[in-house]
Design a protein around this ligand. Structure first.
Ligand code: FUL
Length: 469
């Protein structure tokens, strides 16, 4: 079926004289099916919730009385409702943070919701959220901290079995998760001992229970940390990473490498930008006035999703167990900013042609993510965009067909000012999505020149917008 579609497309493009007489060959490495699905998610929420919410800490020591965990009106459906309104595609929950407290009644621990006063020890936050996600049509992901400051066996080989058994409970009892989050933080346990994590076994076990899981860590295997907790990914962002010789946590790749990837990296491991809507990861009442504004969030969206990665935005519930109104207001307005910015694609009536042919290339503006345009040559392919009338615009969104690999490494956008084409944007990588912003132009023609690519570029979409400043 796919081959057929490609063949037909190929025939169409060949007729236009713009493609080699052979089908598009992938440039390796390429993403897995699960990674491709992950790329399309773009934006989802992170939920940090646990004893820290009640003790006003960021890193609990694991010796807190489990009875401190007592949300008065926990409502996971409120979280999913807000996530949906914000246009988030899923929620990742800290099922266990560094304090070791389990938000589900784990048999591997005595530091869990079962030992708390909440619902007389009968509650299960993981279950409540997984049910709410199913109801709302959101995907759920899970954060299980390997670092555990409570577990008595931490610092011994037995703890690796404990960790695997906890993972088994989570990965086999609550349905499918889209992402498993492995934090790099690794400090001392209750006995002052450090743990040698058996990540090889952790990984094999996780895939045994959920083969389609996308695993996040400093070195993947599914997704990489973007090297900071500010929510920003480098303008140059390769979905590729070399992991040989690196470890998770200390011993991970340098943060600037994580932020931009490796141009010739051997593995497809795209970047995820994790950031909190507040200064801390957990809720603190004193930060109610420090919630990031919708404009700040929009800016982070441009610098993460707009640089080809995904945005994981933390929104920590308060002591009632609900998302605070300050956070939900900001989230909903962030959605409105995105909707307004990308409501009107100014290229919908434009003609796009390769300078060497006069054919109108419709595959770039058809909003079909399966169709693409691929010129024959590797370098200096030029697309000429002719607008039906003089148009004011300041943003161009470009997308590569990443199922064939990431290729483009240098491009420019030029705008016709009535006399000549002037360069308004100089870019490097495109990847899954590049949101290129430039000073407002009033123009009838644009030119997109792909100067450099690893192989002939394969683009799936181009659109343009006038985003209010
Ligand atoms: C860090 C942790 O130490 C923080 O507490 C938080 O969970 C953040 C997302 O990752 O490494």
């Amino acid at each position: 079926m796919h081959h057929m579609r490609n063949y037909l497309l190929l025939a169409g493009c060949l007729w236009a004289g713009s493609l080699l007489a052979q089908s598009v060959k992938p440039v390796f490495p390429i993403p897995t099916k699960e990674q491709l699905t992950w790329h399309e998610k773009e934006f989802y929420l992170f939920i940090h919730f646990g004893p820290n919410t009640f003790t006003d800490k960021e890193w609990g020591e694991g010796n807190e009385d489990p009875s401190v965990f007592n949300p008065t009106a926990l409502d996971c459906e409120q979280w999913t409702r807000i996530a949906k309104q914000a246009g988030a595609k899923g929620i990742i929950l800290t099922a266990k943070h560094h304090d070791g407290f389990c938000l589900w009644p784990s048999k591997q621990s005595t530091h869990t919701v079962r030992e708390s006063k909440w619902m007389n020890g009968k509650g299960d936050v993981v279950k409540a959220l997984s049910e709410a996600c199913k109801k709302t049509g959101l995907d759920m992901g899970i954060y299980i901290s390997p670092w555990d400051r409570n577990h008595p066996q931490y610092g011994s080989p037995e703890y690796n079995d404990v960790y695997i058994a906890s993972m088994k409970e989570l990965l086999t009892q609550y349905g499918k998760f889209f992402e498993l989050w492995w934090d790099g933080a690794n400090g001392e346990g209750p006995n002052g001992k450090k743990q040698e994590y058996d990540f090889r076994r952790f990984e094999d076990s996780a895939f045994k229970w959920q083969p389609k899981l996308v695993i996040f860590s400093d070195i993947g295997p599914g997704i990489r940390w973007c090297g900071n907790e500010k929510g920003t990914i480098s303008n140059t962002n390769w979905n590729l990473l070399d992991t040989a010789g690196f470890k998770r946590g200390h011993g991970g790749p340098p943060t600037d490498t994580l932020n931009s990837g490796n141009v010739n990296g051997k593995n497809w491991i795209p970047a995820e930008a994790d950031v909190s809507i507040r200064p801390g990861w957990f809720y603190h009442a004193k930060e109610d006035s420090k919630v990031k504004s919708p404009e700040t969030l929009f800016n982070l969206y441009l610098r993460s999703v707009g640089n080809g990665g995904n945005l994981l935005l933390n929104v920590p519930p308060d002591r009632t167990g609900r998302i605070h109104p300050a956070d939900s207001a900001s989230l909903v307005d962030f959605r409105k900013l995105r909707d307004a910015a990308f409501a009107k694609d100014l290229l919908q009536k434009a003609r796009i042609s390769n300078t060497s042919s006069k054919m109108n290339i419709t595959t770039l503006t058809d909003r079909n993510i399966q169709t693409y345009w691929a010129p024959a040559q590797k370098e200096n392919s030029t697309l000429l965009v002719t607008l039906p009338k003089k148009t004011t615009l300041n943003t161009l969104v470009l997308e590569e067909m990443i199922s064939y690999g990431q290729r483009v490494s240098a491009f420019t956008i030029e705008s016709f000012d009535g006399e000549a084409f002037k360069t308004v944007f100089t870019g490097t990588t495109i990847g899954r999505k590049k949101i290129a912003r430039f000073p407002e132009q009033e123009t009838t023609q644009l030119r997109i020149v792909i100067q450099q690519a690893k192989a002939a570029p394969v683009l799936r979409s181009i659109s343009a917008y006038q985003i209010p400043n």
